[in-house]
Ligand binder design. Sequence first.
Ligand code: OOG
Ligand code: NI
Length: 466
Amino acid sequence: MDNRGFITPDHIRSAFSAAMSAMYRTEVPAYGTLMDLVASVNDETLRSDPALRLRLEAMDSLDRISEERHGAIRLGTPAELSMMRRVFAVMGMVPVGYYDLSPAGVPVHSTAFRPVGAEALSRNPFRVFTSLLRIDLIDDETLRAEAERILSERRIFTGTAVALTEKAERQGGLHEDDADRFVAEILETFRWHDQACVSLDMYNSLHQAHRLIADVVSFRGPHINHLTPRTLDIDAVQVGMPAHGIAPKAIVEGPPSRLCPILLRQTSFKALDEVVSFKSGDGAWVAGSHTARFGEIEQRGIALTPKGRVLYDSLLEATRAIIRPGADGSNAADYAQTLSQTFEAFPDTWESIRAANLGYFRYSLTERGRHAGSVMTDDFKHLVAEGFFRFDPIVYEDFLPVSAAGIFQSNLGDGAIQEFVASPNQKRFESDLGVGVLSEFEHYAAIEQASIETCRQALGGLRAAE
Ligand code: OOG
Ligand code: NI
């Protein structure tokens, strides 16, 4: 609670992510199986690596290691997106980053709503990858108009959810009862509906245009389509999935396995075919199915500087110029090997990553630094080399467009790859959202700079090198 008696946004976010986890486990039992597998792999990893255990104990709360780190939804209209922004703001989540997925054949653009700042992230890092359908990418004009009409008629938020969001904005927060009700009401927006709001014919036409368009337009709300816990050993979970009766996607997205993990590695189990009923003319329902919901896992490494990111992107591209991972998994081992080989060009010690200015670090005083008294030098590098400072990688908290596209594609079924002309439109997205998105790079740079500043002050005379 804060000093006005309001429940903090961090608490509301924690309650919301716990409620969503419970709901999703009941809705998608295979997700519960994945969670159990992740928990046992995490236990095993900690047992066999006491040093990792100590490190994590010092940095995170170990009991929350296997909790969800993110989820994802797909919205249909600008009004839904801007209202969603206001809802997430009540939970201390703001839009960071812009991701254009159209070049990868997915007609959406996206942002991630997430907490910013070390404290909020350590309290609960839950974020939601949120996509907005690019309805302008539907070629067929009649179908586009029809999709727009269907979307304009739905209300994805309950009246109480809207009222409580407005109340939170007016008051600057929510008291306990309201916060509890807020979580319960917002959960409704993310719930699955097994009755579509369109006819089977309409569903099929939308599906024909793009499977994702059918997923967004055919339902009453933007059902949560996956949740993603953190794993300490993504390769072990990937390998372990089939034995637990869940089918993993062909490859782990992102960088290869390395000594110094960078950015984000993720994989998922393939979306399930679920029974859905569709409206038929006489008020009856006809049975059909839809594939949308899955489970994902993630393992995060250091946030890269723009220079590091350029190197990452170019090595990923170089790998894919040699071998493109097939959806059926037939060349998965070759792909993983080529990826590892190509990424040998990316330094793999923390010191070399730092020296080449490829990643962001948080600096702190060592024992030696704390006893150094006032140091009169501007030479930051020298002080690091002398052992006055230690540096720890800052964890990447955002997403990767190529990986996100891989996650989307693996869950859209075979043959879903479709060409769109790349058409990033961040301005449009931000105007639909109602605010600009934060730049992820600025955010990490600010965390690094603040840590340097703190060291500087502790050492009295030092002026931090830029
Ligand atoms: C979102 C896919 C992207 C990730 O982790 O990169 C994503 C979706 O399928 O809606 O969640
Ligand atoms: Ni995801």
